[in-house]
Design a protein. Structure first.
Length: 68
């Protein structure tokens, strides 16, 4: 017998303001990172940027200093 699977839940899309508050970085820094291909990957939805929460977490993990 197979175990029941958890219902699918979409990965929340965060606004620039959400990520700005989370990372404590100015909005212009997030836009500069995006234009330079740095920072968390973003999705353009119309004329706004959105960030998948999992993508911001992945970026944070990839940019965390290794333990000493």
């Amino acid at each position: 017998m197979t175990e029941p699977t958890a219902p699918w839940r979409p990965d929340p899309l965060l606004t620039v303001d959400d990520v700005m508050a989370w990372l404590r970085k100015p909005k212009h820094t997030l836009y500069a990172w995006h234009s330079r291909g740095k920072g968390p990957r973003a999705i353009r939805v119309g004329n706004t940027l959105r960030y998948r929460r999992s993508e911001v977490e992945r970026w944070l993990d990839a940019n965390t200093d290794p333990e000493s």
